[in-house]
Design a protein around this ligand. Structure first.
Ligand code: T1G
Length: 689
């Protein structure tokens, strides 16, 4: 049995070290020996002070998330912290890496906190659909003030060491040997003499809270919750810390925590936490990786420019190639402008902007790509154009360079086969804006070499992306399912629903926006060109495009956008067009409710996901959830389409799909075998996994 907790002494200072790789989660097998060690040290007269530290790459990164939903084993974290607060001798937490969630709550049980200058501290529980359940909502406000605590807890975003010092969350920031300096700090505190006040008894800062300002801040944050329970509960808990006694507020925190941890939203968000990590594992971690030192992007348009920024933001020197000088100049100017906007918003320093710009090299000559290790093609979404580019790349790229295409639909096998090195070809499907969107669909072509695949999966994590490996089919996982979700949109309009009714059903469901507003934002002409290329039609959207209504960029699409605003205004002209097209088809309008809209759009989405698993285009159902949450705004509180299918009831989904299949005869309603099996077994195992 490894020693998850060990105690050493440095003079009369005891150093307690937690060692539970990989992230020192506060699992039961840590809590128990820690509780015992602290109790013993409290009562040991030879010990004058206690330092708590962690081995490995980080301080405690929280409670053990894998334990949630299982019977709780005593002692709980709260009991360990309560014991800590009974210790009269100075207790000092020595924090390196991250102190998150229960890890930060543990150190709030100490009298003092000292940190390594690179450390980050936070309470990210809200990202798991929870709130801090170990006293963080009651102790943190006592140290940093209620407003600061509210911001930290509702956002869940960790803060850096210097900010933590300014906020009085920590007492000192060190470089070098942290433990030695923590022991010295403890001795200095000892020399200064008692009393050592536990955080629970520090009420001054809380007493100075401007309640009106606090409530305004909380109301603003609540507006952004979009149906998620945790942010609201977080704000309520911090409010309790102001208005209730310590113990009352602690009890209220517990109650809120137990409600959330048992709820579907937290289950969904915990599912996504592990799903993202599973997806990022990609092919065998023992596979060798190719060295990527220099990256090139072909095409300096919206996608190419965003992809180039994503790599520069990750610290890679980037060659940006555009055959034409003017197009290259425009592309580089847009990148420059985007960074300037980030500086003006305060999300980037001037120095960092310059540092990133210095990583760019513009070129109009393919010969300049001969020293690049990864080349990403981001040109016009047409096969002939892409094949021409890959022909040139095949001629100039060095042996072993990885050649990637950013196609969002086209056949990566065909692109690979057009070169003499198909094993070096892979799809890297970024989402717009590529420097912002986290998702990266990595398309494994039939001949893609395992080491090339493993290299780009690791690279993706390195530039802050969430990678998901998918197989080759039209539209891969995301866009293929998007087509299934959208297939009924036109039919619903012709049968009587309006664009705003359908969009409202989606926003009520938890999406940031509905399909018609999203279409107008992305530009209706993109789908139009894609349909034309494939000989497909969508009578209403095609007609709008023929009228030059491409969406926001032309001031009108399914909605009107007045004076350049982004606010969609329902347009009677569009509704008249829909009615006219329906009349032409002899379709009489009827009232269509939100349930029917969800059934005819999201049930086919899930069904298409099941088919994708059957075809092994996706390795796991949870990968599909990661794609949809990170690339298409599927509500995180529902865990993604495949997880949601479990919440919604797969039996009901199959039954309703059969109903619509009978009524319409449309194949998207034909329940997939794996979906039927999921309805019987409750597991997506058995096909893709
Ligand atoms: N519990 C269990 N496993 C965890 C874990 C945790 N808290 N954190 C990470 N892991 C696993 C993870 O699944 C992966 O496993 C491996 O560790 C490496 O993680 C009472 C309610 C710390 C910033 O939300 O944000 O405290 O895939 O790949 O990129 O109030 O992990 O290798 O098998 O992410 O270097 C609050 C969660 C919990 C922080 C490191 N804490 N962790 O990132 O490594 S709730 C969090 C992270 C709580 C209390 C409450 C990150 C990291 P595997 P990784 P990384």
């Amino acid at each position: 049995m490894p020693d998850f907790v060990s105690v050493a002494s440095d003079g009369d200072v005891a150093v307690v070290t937690i060692d539970n790789p990989p992230v020192n989660a506060m699992s039961f097998h840590v809590r128990e020996p820690l509780h015992q060690a602290l109790a013993a040290l409290r009562d040991d007269p030879s010990v004058a002070a206690i330092v708590i530290a962690c081995a490995g790459r980080t301080f405690v990164a929280g409670a053990d998330i894998t334990e949630f939903g299982k019977p709780v084993q005593q002692p709980e974290l709260r009991a360990v912290i309560a014991l800590l607060e009974t210790i009269a001798k100075p207790t000092v937490a020595a924090i390196h890496g991250t102190a998150l969630g229960g890890g930060l709550e543990l150190v709030l049980g100490c009298h003092f906190r000292v940190v390594d200058s690179n450390a980050r501290l936070g309470l990210p529980e809200v990202k798991l659909g929870l709130l801090p359940g170990g006293g963080g909502t009651v102790r943190l406000p006592r140290l940093v003030g209620a407003e600061k605590a509210l911001g930290m807890i509702v956002s869940g975003t960790p803060i850096a060491a210097v900010e933590a010092l300014e906020a009085a969350l920590v007492d000192a920031v060190f470089d070098g040997d942290l433990i030695a300096q923590a022991v010295r700090f403890a001795s200095e505190m000892l020399a200064k003499g008692r009393p050592f006040l536990p955080v629970r008894d520090r009420n001054d800062r809380l007493g100075k809270t401007d309640l009106a300002a606090f409530d305004r801040q909380a109301a603003e944050l609540a507006k952004k919750a979009r149906g998620l329970e945790a942010p609201i509960a977080c704000a309520q808990a911090v409010r309790n810390a102001i208005s209730l006694s310590f113990d009352e507020a602690l009890a209220a925190e517990r109650e809120l925590f137990l409600k959330l941890v048992a709820g579907d939203q937290s289950r969904a968000q915990r599912h996504l936490f592990f799903a993202e990590r599973e997806a990022a594992k990609g092919p065998g971690k023992d596979l060798s990786r190719r060295r990527i030192a220099r990256v090139a992007i072909i095409g300096a348009g919206t996608m190419g420019g965003g992809i180039a920024m994503a790599f520069a933001n990750g610290g890679f020197p980037v060659t940006l190639l555009e055959p034409g000088e003017e197009a290259l100049r425009r592309g580089l100017a847009t990148i420059d402008k985007n960074y300037a906007v980030s500086v003006s918003r305060g999300s980037l320093t001037e120095a960092a902007r310059q540092q990133r710009l210095d990583l760019f090299k513009g070129s109009t000559d393919y010969a300049d790509l001969a020293d690049c290790d990864l080349i990403v093609e981001a040109v016009f979404e047409e096969m002939a154009v892409k094949l021409e580019v890959f022909g040139k790349l095949d001629a100039v790229a060095k042996p072993g360079a990885i050649l990637a295409t950013n196609t969002s639909y086209l056949d990566v096998n065909a692109i690979a086969a057009s070169t003499s090195r198909p094993h070096d070809v892979v799809g890297l499907h970024f989402f717009s804006p590529a420097n912002v969107m986290k998702l990266l669909e990595i398309v494994r072509a039939e001949k893609t070499a395992p080491d090339a695949l493993a290299t780009v999966v690791e690279l993706a994590r390195g530039i802050g992306k969430v990678p998901v490996v998918v197989g080759v089919c039209h539209g891969f996982v995301g866009n293929r399912m998007l087509a299934a979700r959208g297939a009924e949109s036109e039919a619903l309009l012709l049968e009587g629903a309006t664009p705003s009714q359908i969009d409202k059903a989606f926003t009520d469901f938890g999406w940031p926006m509905g399909p018609f507003q999203m279409g107008d934002l992305a530009g209706l002409d993109i789908g139009w060109r894609n349909r034309k290329a494939r000989g497909l039609t969508a009578v209403i959207a095609d007609t709008l495009c023929e009228q030059g209504r491409f969406g926001q960029k032309t001031g009108s699409g399914f909605y009107r956008y007045e004076n350049g605003s982004r606010t969609p205004v329902p347009d009677a002209e569009v509704e008249a067009l829909i009615r006219a097209k329906a009349a032409e088809k002899g379709i009489a309008p009827r009232t269509i409710g939100a349930d029917e809209i969800i059934e005819r759009t999201l049930y086919p989405l899930v069904n298409e996901g099941a088919k994708i698993l059957e075809e092994k285009i996706a390795a796991r159902a949870s990968d599909i959830d990661v794609v949809w949450v990170n690339g298409y705004g599927f509500p995180i509180g529902k865990g993604g389409p495949m997880f949601w299918a479990g919440l919604e009831g797969a039996g009901k989904i199959v039954e309703r799909l059969e109903h619509w299949h009978e009524r319409t005869g449309r194949p998207i309603f034909q329940p997939a075998t794996l979906l039927r099996r999921f309805a019987e077994t409750g597991s997506w195992e058995g096909a893709g996994g």
